[in-house]
Write a protein that binds this ligand. Structure first.
Ligand code: CP
Length: 321
């Protein structure tokens, strides 16, 4: 593992397997009555969130606490940002208080890379603008591995607002590293420039693609960023690219439905699909986010010597202390 996790491109197949295998072991901590191991006792993790978040922020907080790290939650609202303090000065101020890792969510693409150049602490990109969200990709791969024996050759369709989606970018990188066959399905206006260089399939007709997929991942239509007339109407978008019960029935019986959240019910995903106990793994994705983020913090902060020398920790076993 590198010192930081800034992009899914930083991760080799070996790294991804190691995170996912470690997460599988650490998931057992969550099943215990006392959901805590002393692994990162004495370490401090700061969640530095300049953009709103429910899943990522809470699961990083739970992950760090279950490893016994101290946690600082910074949110832009109520901070000295209102007095004009910059990202750099905010980060250096927090680091001066003695943090070992900074988990950054920021609206600017490239913010995590900039931060890593300013601080000594480990930096984890928890979503930067429309660029990347590598820990979301890791938890998505973990969830796929719960349902399929191998990621190699897995057929994954990523559907919707690819243009604005950091989740899509990180998933494409990680899935390609693991040998999956990825197809992006979107209207031409919601595909990024030069998407043909991404090395994945491109399709515009969702109905033609669905019967061949093992995994269908819907992307949130980022309504707050739809400023340039990308769509005729939401109803038209839902008609052409929304996953409803009819389309779900056209998918292979073994195929699963994923969504990183938050969902626009009735737009990219129908409520009955989102709530389908048989096919939707949306809540599993959320739950798996804790184990995967525990694994990542353990591998980054436990130190290479600990991570290399010891097998992944069994439930209840103290490691890296
Ligand atoms: N998937 C995701 O990043 O959700 P949040 O914005 O709630 O963290």
């Amino acid at each position: 593992m590198n010192k930081h996790l800034l992009s899914a491109a930083d991760l080799s197949a070996f790294d991804i397997r190691r995170v996912l295998d470690t997460a599988r072991h650490l998931a057992k901590v969550t099943d215990r009555a006392i959901k805590k191991v002393p692994t990162l006792r004495g370490r401090t993790v700061c969640n530095l969130f300049f953009e709103d978040s429910t899943r990522t922020r809470i699961s990083f907080e739970l992950a760090a606490k279950r490893l016994s790290a101290d946690v600082i939650n910074f949110s832009a609202r109520g901070s000295s940002l209102s007095k004009g303090e910059s990202l750099k000065d905010t980060a250096l101020t927090i680091e001066a208080m003695g943090v070992d890792a900074i988990v950054l969510r920021h609206g600017a693409s490239g913010a995590a890379v900039r931060l890593a150049g300013w601080v000594q602490a480990h930096v984890v990109n928890a979503g930067d603008g429309t660029h990347e969200h590598p820990t979301q990709a890791l938890l998505d791969l973990y969830t796929m591995r719960q349902h399929f024996p191998s990621l190699a050759g897995l057929r994954v369709a990523i559907v919707g607002d690819v243009l604005h989606s950091r989740v899509a970018r990180s998933n494409v990188l990680a899935l390609k590293t693991m040998g999956a066959e990825v197809t992006l399905v979107a209207p031409p206006t919601l595909l990024p420039p030069r998407v043909e260089t991404w090395g994945v399939g491109i399709a515009y007709d969702l109905d033609a693609v669905l019967p061949k997929q093992d995994v269908v991942m819907l992307l949130r239509l980022q309504l707050e960023r739809q400023t340039a007339g990308y769509l005729p109407t939401l109803r038209e978008y839902a008609r052409l690219y929304g996953l409803d019960a009819r389309r779900l029935a056209a998918m292979p019986g073994h195929a699963i439905v994923m969504h990183p959240g938050p969902m626009n019910r009735g737009v990219e995903i129908a409520a009955e699909v989102a709530d389908s106990i048989q096919r939707s793994v949306v809540t599993s994705q959320v739950a798996n986010g804790i184990s995967v983020r525990m694994a990542l913090l353990y591998l980054l902060l436990g130190g290479p010597a600990v991570a290399e020398a010891e097998p992944a920790p069994a439930a209840g076993q103290a490691v890296g202390t």
